[in-house]
Design a binder for this molecule. Structure first.
Ligand SMILES: Cc1cc2nc3c(=O)[nH]c(=O)nc-3n(C[C@H](O)[C@H](O)[C@H](O)COP(=O)(O)OP(=O)(O)OC[C@H]3O[C@@H](n4cnc5c(N)ncnc54)[C@H](O)[C@@H]3O)c2cc1C
Length: 382
């Protein structure tokens, strides 16, 4: 294979989106995925187009810029993505969470977001099946949801029409360096693939890949567990998540319990729990959910949604969900020629449009519309 313009490592949301955007811009691009497309966290999530959990500042600016485009993806990608508008509630069960929620609410309101703060009474109207005695309040914003698999495959289908090449079961062993520059990748079987730009979009695995180029990329991960129930009659009006996500879920010493729940078009409930941060490299063994966490989820669900105490769980999974301590992603140039990063996203669906635009700008023009140094200062040389 001749030298490529770009290699993208990782077939999750950002990798597929970037590959599509690059190919559309005429960049000769190869996407490499060590397993199958969407086999990481992007295949184990709920497809919510999250707006209200963005951090203030650049994250929120990019989120709002992306939101409008993501909500029109079906048109752009010419595909049925099961895209729908959906309310989102982030609810607090104690004073500390309520304080955090109120502060986030004020910041987001000031930034122009049409967000609302609910007390127990409004919450009872919004979600009659919640145990209102256990909640102090919630923030509400109308955002959206789509089918994760349909989105990633739509990116690839459209990308292929523009010449995108995709290789699954192609594991990158290390970045290929020449004269202090990244010039491509070395695959696990020893094959060297050369490219002018290499983009690491490998989620929880980004840290170890970038270490091979002498970079410390502080992307950690939580072992997040997901559960799907038997189909129910309409039960939830909104996507629910616990405000503890902001306070505890990514704290290595935290309790590691942050419940979220949504109902699919077919009636199944998707229940998610953020469990303990991982301390070992994410491998196949970490796919299994743990009995301890299952018990914790059952207790929390029964407490906050009593009518679900006896609901049947059909399937469960665990996936390494990436994050950074700053809760900000790493996106774009990190000071190593030939290398760009797109990783560490807390919520990823919403960022697919801007990540695609930014990386494509950097590859084709060497500059983009915003200053990303506040994100990328997290990266240091080893
Ligand atoms: C239960 C749950 C619910 C969630 N709900 C939402 C939600 O509703 N909305 C939302 O926006 N976010 C949600 N998230 C978070 C979201 O899933 C992640 O932010 C997102 O999937 C991260 O995408 P990624 O591409 O960075 O990582 P991944 O999806 O993990 O992709 C990385 C890919 O890189 C590949 N790879 C790794 N190493 C190599 C290598 N050496 N060579 C080649 N390929 C490699 C992996 O196999 C993997 O496919 C949720 C997460 C969980 C766990």
């Amino acid at each position: 294979m001749n030298t490529l313009d770009a290699i993208v490592i990782g077939g999750g949301y950002p990798g597929c989106s970037i590959a599509y955007h690059l190919a559309k811009a005429g960049v000769k691009t190869l996407l490499l995925e060590k397993n199958e497309i969407s086999s990481g966290a992007s295949g184990g999530n709920f497809g919510c187009i999250q707006v209200q959990d963005a951090s203030l500042g650049l994250s929120l600016d990019l989120t709002l810029r992306s939101f409008e485009r993501v909500m029109k993806y079906e048109e752009e990608l010419d595909a049925d993505l099961e895209l729908a508008s959906l309310g989102s509630l982030i609810a607090a069960t104690n004073e500390a969470e309520m304080e955090e929620l109120e502060s986030l609410y004020r910041g987001k309101k000031d930034a122009g977001l049409d967000i609302m703060l609910y007390g127990p009474k409004e919450l009872a109207q919004a979600e009659p099946n919640m145990n209102h005695e256990r909640f102090l309040g919630a923030t509400y914003f109308r955002q959206g949801r789509l089918n994760p698999f349909k989105l990633m495959y739509a990116f690839l289908r459209r990308g292929r029409a523009y010449g995108l090449q995709v290789r699954e079961h192609a594991e990158v062993d290390r970045l290929y360096l020449e004269g202090g520059q990244v010039k491509g990748v070395v695959l696990a079987d020893g094959e060297i693939l050369r490219a002018t730009q290499t983009i690491v979009a490998a989620g929880a695995w980004s840290k170890s890949i970038c270490r091979t180029a002498g970079l410390h990329v502080p992307v950690e991960y939580v072992r997040a567990e997901g559960f799907v129930t038997e189909p129910l009659k309409p039960f939830l009006n909104n996507y629910y998540s616990s405000a503890s996500f902001f306070t505890e879920a990514h704290d290595v010493d935290g309790v590691g319990m942050s419940l979220c729940m949504g109902q699919t078009q077919s009636g199944n409930l998707l229940i998610g729990e953020t469990s303990k941060p991982g301390h070992v490299p994410p491998g196949e063994a970490s796919r299994l959910t743990s009995f301890d966490h299952f018990v914790k989820v059952k207790e929390a669900v029964s407490e906050y949604f009593p009518a679900l105490a006896k609901v049947n769980i059909l399937r469960a999974w665990t996936t390494p969900s990436p994050y950074t301590d700053s809760m900000e992603p790493i996106l774009g140039d990190v000071g190593m020629p030939g290398l760009l990063l797109s990783t560490g996203f807390k919520s990823c669906v919403i960022m697919t449009a801007v990540a695609g635009d930014i990386i494509t700008d950097l590859v084709t023009k060497g500059e983009t519309f915003c200053d990303l140094r506040s994100f990328n200062a997290q990266v240091t040389r080893l």
